[in-house]
Design a protein around this ligand. Structure first.
Ligand code: NCD
Length: 466
């Protein structure tokens, strides 16, 4: 099989077998980086970077040049017609007619999916707001695998801004896919969003154990463990003692600590002080025996959260990690553009995907995430809001664009009682109706006013027992 023609919007787009194929191709690229110039000869990559970037853009562009291809680029949204009010879908159609493959970074969450839906050529998400950054994840995994030979069963600590870090939001699912355990160590106030934890459990199995807030006990620093994800196949030993000093309960060591910078550009106004609580990762913090051979990783750029004293430490991986960006992205470009067919073992191509009912009825419901592409003025004209129903109790929807989860408040059924219009009633979504209405008959409203504007009346028991 080949990956030709496929887009890479989220890390879910690749199975473990396909990721393995990317890594094999990356090994080949790295082994003979100067000898690949025939692979993408004559092909054009459009490099659209509408947020700051050094590593991702330059490594993608270097990768395409190494493959013998050409690059057209736009880096300033103000210099494109998006600034004139053009929609992403129109831009995607046009750029797709000029280039063979598109790499896009954009501040709106879900933007890469829209571009992929309309471009007609493979699209690679190089970061869409705080949503995902799948190619960073591939080189993160590649680094871990190079050092540890496997990812299965490892204990990986994620450190810093787990709320807005898109590298984190892709990496957690990849780690879960490969059977690693995750230690969530956020800066207080920047915990990983609930919808991500929920997706981990419902779609990847395993368990999440929440830990009590970290405290300082005298001189002894406690690892700020907020939650632990244990992979389905691992022992539950960790999860049973989540709240103890890490040196006690992680005696066998932490395999990697993945540090991230505060994503200040995505903070709400009320969050501006959170960086004061950021705990710096330095030699002193990593002096315990559980960190003796811990890989110190960072997607970079770093600001103040990772001390320079670790740069010469043999545990540090971050510069090597960034350098892997070129062979890994060469592999992705070569595979998705069809320049290189790489066999994926059949038994590794199948992954169990949870099939959720899709809700896309026109009932006025919109994604609740203000950064979602689907609610932006230029995109509203043609995008139809669409959600996966990921839970019935409580009723929980996940936007197909930005993947934020939310719990809508009101519901109704398309099959009103005895078919009489007078019986068009709406109900609180936490009433027993939410369980009895068949998914295909469900109408979901953002507010009671929306339900009433569409001719539904409150049911008798609203506000009382339901
Ligand atoms: C990351 C990003 O842009 O999300 N950088 C990168 O691509 N290497 C991380 C960051 O900016 O903090």
């Amino acid at each position: 099989m080949t990956l030709k023609g496929r887009s890479l919007v989220t890390i879910d787009d690749l199975t473990t077998g396909e990721i393995g194929a990317v890594f094999s191709a990356a090994d080949e690229m790295a082994a003979a980086i100067g000898e690949q110039s025939k692979l993408c000869k004559g092909k054009i990559m459009a490099s659209l970077f509408f947020e700051p970037s050094t590593r991702t853009r330059l490594s993608f562009e270097a990768a395409m040049y190494r493959l013998g291809g050409n690059v057209i680029t736009a880096v300033d949204i103000g210099a494109t017609s998006l600034a004139k009010g053009e929609s992403l879908s129109d831009m995607a159609r046009i750029v797709g007619s000029y280039a063979d493959i598109i790499v896009i970074r954009h501040p709106w969450e879900g933007a890469a999916k829209v571009v992929a839906d309309y471009a007609g050529v493979p699209v690679i998400n190089a970061g869409d707001g705080g949503h995902q950054h799948p190619t960073q994840t591939l080189l993160d995994l590649y680094t871990i695998r190079k050092e540890r030979k496997t990812i299965k069963g490892l204990k990986i600590a994620l450190w810093g801004d787990l709320k807005y870090g898109r590298t984190i939001h892709s990496l957690v699912f990849a780690l879960a896919k490969f059977g690693a355990n995750i230690l969530f160590c956020p800066t207080p106030g920047l915990e990983v969003p609930e919808h991500i934890l929920q997706k981990l459990v419902t779609e990847y199995g395993g368990e999440i154990e929440k830990c009590k807030p970290a405290k300082q006990t005298g001189e002894e620093k406690v690892f700020p463990l907020d939650a632990i994800y244990t992979t389905p196949t691992s022992s539950h030993q960790l999860a049973m003692m989540p709240d103890v000093n890490l040196s006690l309960d992680l005696g066998k060591g932490v395999d990697a600590i993945y540090v991230t910078r505060p994503q200040k550009e995505r903070f709400e106004a009320s969050e501006s002080e959170l960086t004061n609580q950021y705990q710096v990762v330095d030699k002193k913090l990593l002096k315990g025996k559980e960190f003796r051979s811990t890989l110190v990783m960072h997607p970079l750029p770093r600001v103040d959260e990772l001390a320079y004293d670790l740069d010469t430490d043999p545990r540090s991986q971050y510069f090597k990690q960034a350098a892997y960006g070129v062979p890994v992205r060469m592999a992705i470009l070569a595979l998705l553009s069809g320049a290189k067919p790489v066999p994926v073992p059949e038994n590794e191509t199948t992954e169990v995907k949870v099939a959720f009912t899709v809700y896309n009825r026109d009932s006025g419901l919109k994604c609740s995430n203000p950064k979602c592409v689907s609610i932006q003025k230029t995109e509203l004209k043609y995008l139809r809001p669409e959600f996966k129903i990921v839970n019935r109790e409580p009723l929980t929807l996940r936007c197909v664009y930005c993947e934020h989860g939310f719990e809508p408040k009101y519901i109704a059924s398309t099959e009103w009682h005895e078919g009489k219009v007078i019986n068009k009633k709406y109900h609180p979504s936490d009433s027993h109706w939410a369980r009895t209405i068949k998914p295909e008959n469900l109408i979901i409203f953002a507010s009671a006013a929306d339900a009433e504007a569409q001719g539904f009346k409150p049911n008798h028991y609203m506000g009382g027992k339901h």
